[in-house]
Ligand binder design. Sequence first.
Ligand SMILES: [Zn+2]
Length: 304
Amino acid sequence: MKRFLGVLVLSLSLLLFGCSAETEGEKEGVVVATTGQIADAIKEISGDHLKVTALMGPGVDPHLYKATQSDLSKLDKAEVIFYNGLHLEGQMLDIFEQMSKSKTVLAVGEKLDKKDLLASDDDAMLHDPHIWFDIELWKGVVQAIGDKLQEEYPQFKDDFATNEEAYLKKLDELKTSAKDRVNEIQEKQRILVTAHDAFNYFGRSQGFEVRGLQGLSTDSEYGVKDVQEMVDFLVANKIKAIFIESSVSDKAMKAVIEGAKEKGHDIVIGGELFSDAMGAEGTTEGTYIGMYQHNIDTIVDALK
Ligand SMILES: [Zn+2]
């Protein structure tokens, strides 16, 4: 009997210890973001304190992206989930809804003031989700991420605040250097033609007229008429370069170049822009600032 009691006490204390370790233990810092842009902002703010994963890598199109089994397991293990929102991740909304029942899930784009957002061309009730191309808006996103991280991981509050401030300063510097480069192009040459409508915020903040062959989302099909209209626009405005995107097929843009050629107007591909996805991890273009700089340099070099 004594021996039985001993075992019982031992297992009870193990049980209690196990429980208290679980309820009182600090969180492990596992944070998941959908896009590379968001993950980059989280990394800038968190430094080494958190384990940050992006579900969508280089070249991935977020409009069409469906979560894989491995994504679901990452989302399941995450303590906090950040996504863009404003219908960017159109195929994942049910998952976020489900996950938000058991953990913090934040749509960073929804934290911005609606009056600062552009309307969607496709649906007047919706907003254009490509908010990262307006540096000022993106600073708002960085602040929203910082606030949430401080709330979720108060033990790192001071470090997060210091890092956030330094990063916001870098974004201000990016804003200034981008403006300087854009000023190298004559105003009437500031027309940006791309595969899909990812650059409306870019156009608004940098003073470009922007045309995309496809709509705001890559899931809208383009037709012969769209190609023809684009060709007419390019010829009429004597545009010399158009741009392909790393996350969208360049087939349509090649049809446009072909069409313009038939009308005696030569257009070149000015280069590849990062629109909805960033460059490879570990490269300069794999960061938000590097990606933005790449786009500015590519656009200005081709159009000036
Ligand atoms: Zn897009």
